[in-house]
Design a protein around this ligand. Structure first.
Ligand code: NDP
Length: 259
């Protein structure tokens, strides 16, 4: 069962995989957030059935929001929709989860693959944070007096990966044909670090979280972790974040990963 996360939450890429499970566990928590916005780039597409069922079951909690994180117009429109529904126009938690992995060895990787993956995995989170910053700032200002209660402040969690770590990427993955993905997530890590410094003064905590190697379309069936276990761990980590975690990369068990 999910850890206690209060206030309002926005998850990108929530129609399948880890994003869907995040929304599910947040809904089914004994103490759910007050509002959950489930971003999804094609709400009428074929891969949204499970999210729609979840939203139907938890109508008072979940709002599906059309949101393509590679499209500025879509992000702007989503911010209007979410902003119009947010209580006190205040967003407590933004989880930048949406990502793509286009496999590519050195010979297979060209400009197009690099740009496409960067657009989703690095540029998308930057644009999201910029567009939702006002709401994150409002939440942080409101919770200023209760700063020790991490679940009530505002935070941005960028979903990253162990294999983006320059120091800790396991040898087997260093040789895997994943140039665009690993490089884009390493850039996301630096974005996280920069933002954490920049937004510290606003009381907004920014960190990166590795979900483990997880059984999703991206992780594949041979991955050792179920989405349930990964997300339970992720939500435990998120709910116990403190200022000491600003600008860090943690795994789903709360262990620090060197950049
Ligand atoms: P999946 O491939 O299973 O799901 C990816 C999700 O992102 C889908 O909902 C997809 O939507 C969405 N998405 C992709 N592009 C966009 C876009 N432009 N706009 C909005 N949504 C988009 O991945 P996982 O659930 O496995 O991964 C979730 C996160 O965890 C990612 O950040 C990933 O890098 C990270 N991660 C995953 C690991 C794993 O082992 N699974 C390991 C380490 C990190 P659609 O259905 O429309 O394509």
């Amino acid at each position: 069962m999910a850890a206690k996360i209060t206030g309002s939450v926005l998850v990108t890429g929530s129609n399948r995989g880890i994003g869907l499970e995040l929304v599910r566990q947040l809904c089914e928590s004994t103490c759910p957030p007050s509002q959950i916005f489930a971003g999804c780039r094609d709400p009428n597409g074929p891969r949204v059935k499970a999210l729609k069922e979840l939203a139907q079951k938890h109508q008072h909690l979940v709002t599906i929001v059309e949101l393509d994180t590679t499209n500025q117009a879509s992000i702007t429109e989503a911010a209007k929709v979410v902003g119009g529904q947010l209580k006190d126009r205040s967003l407590n938690l933004l989880i930048n989860n949406a990502a793509v992995n286009i496999p590519g060895s050195l010979t297979e990787t060209g400009e197009q693959q690099m740009m496409q993956v960067f657009q989703t995995n690095t540029v998308g989170p930057l644009l999201m944070i910029k567009e939702f910053l006002l709401f994150l700032r409002t939440a942080a200002a409101q919770s200023g007096a209760q700063r020790e209660m991490s679940s009530q402040r505002s935070a941005v969690v960028n979903v990253s990966t162990l294999i983006s770590s320059i120091e800790k990427c396991p040898e087997t993955f260093l040789h895997a044909p994943m140039y665009p993905y690993r490089v884009s997530k390493a850039a996301l890590n630096m974005l996280t670090r920069c933002l954490s410094e920049d937004l510290k003064k606003d009381g907004i905590l920014v960190m990166a979280l590795h979900p483990g190697w997880v059984q999703t379309d991206m992780g594949g069936p041979e991955a050792p972790l179920s989405t349930e276990d990964s997300v339970t761990g992720m939500l435990n980590v998120i709910s116990s974040l403190t200022e000491t975690h600003m600008g860090t990369l943690l795994d789903w068990e709360g262990n620090r990963i060197p950049w």
